[in-house]
Design a protein around this ligand. Sequence first.
Ligand code: 2HA
Ligand code: ZN
Length: 270
Amino acid sequence: MKSILENRSNLAREVNKVAEVAGYLWQKGWAERNGGNITINITQYVDEAIRKLPAICGVNPIGATLPNLKGCYFYCKGTNRRMRDLARAPMENGSVIRICDDCASYEIIADRHVMPTSELPSHLSVHNYLIGKGSTYKASVHTHPIELVAMTHCNDFLKKDVLTKLLWSMIPETKAFCPRGLGIVPYMLPSSVELANATIKAIDDDYDVVMWEKHGVFAVGEDVIEAFDMVDTLNKSAQIYMDARCMGFVPDGMSDAQMQEISDVFHLPK
Ligand code: 2HA
Ligand code: ZN
């Protein structure tokens, strides 16, 4: 069977980045069973031949009307598919979808009939928001990073920017590479439109990584590697915090003056 990626090196490169990240998520223990999902906006790599591809199956509702997605194409991890399988075979465990002209439904066009992720409403709503804002971000990643999720089981950490400040202060790189910090969305039903809307609100508050209480993170970036790196950096800080607590002490964290110095030298927002 001929893959849509054949002789399309730019498109293949982006899908292969998804496969690379899927492998990391599995290795880190952040992607149990079918946990997590990834979507990327691939519209810029779509040529005339792809546009002419017929739908593999019928038209499916998105569950929301997303006007900025008219004519857009996405690669999406498949629902119930495993990250560890996607890492080996991205076009067997994910598919390319085309948004229909009503902006409320989609068709699968390649490579086979793999229904997209259960979090499609959140992912597509976020892409719709990003396009509307004129953002160049193309990737969104949802995963279950162990230490970060564990920290959301403590109410004190859920207050605005408490976790952000704590995680930034564990290691200098965290603020440098995640300068917008970590937004918090209170617990909501997975896959719900309410969760999608709350995620967009948090991204609109200028966060690139959003914590879903007692569930996981949702990160956006220029590409899937950038989105993954931010989550990885934040989770590393969470691990350092926990290791200190496991050694029997509360970590001091970098001082306000040390944090200020990082912000000045790296030209970061305060
Ligand atoms: O795709 O992680 O939140 C499985 C999930 C849903
Ligand atoms: Zn999840």
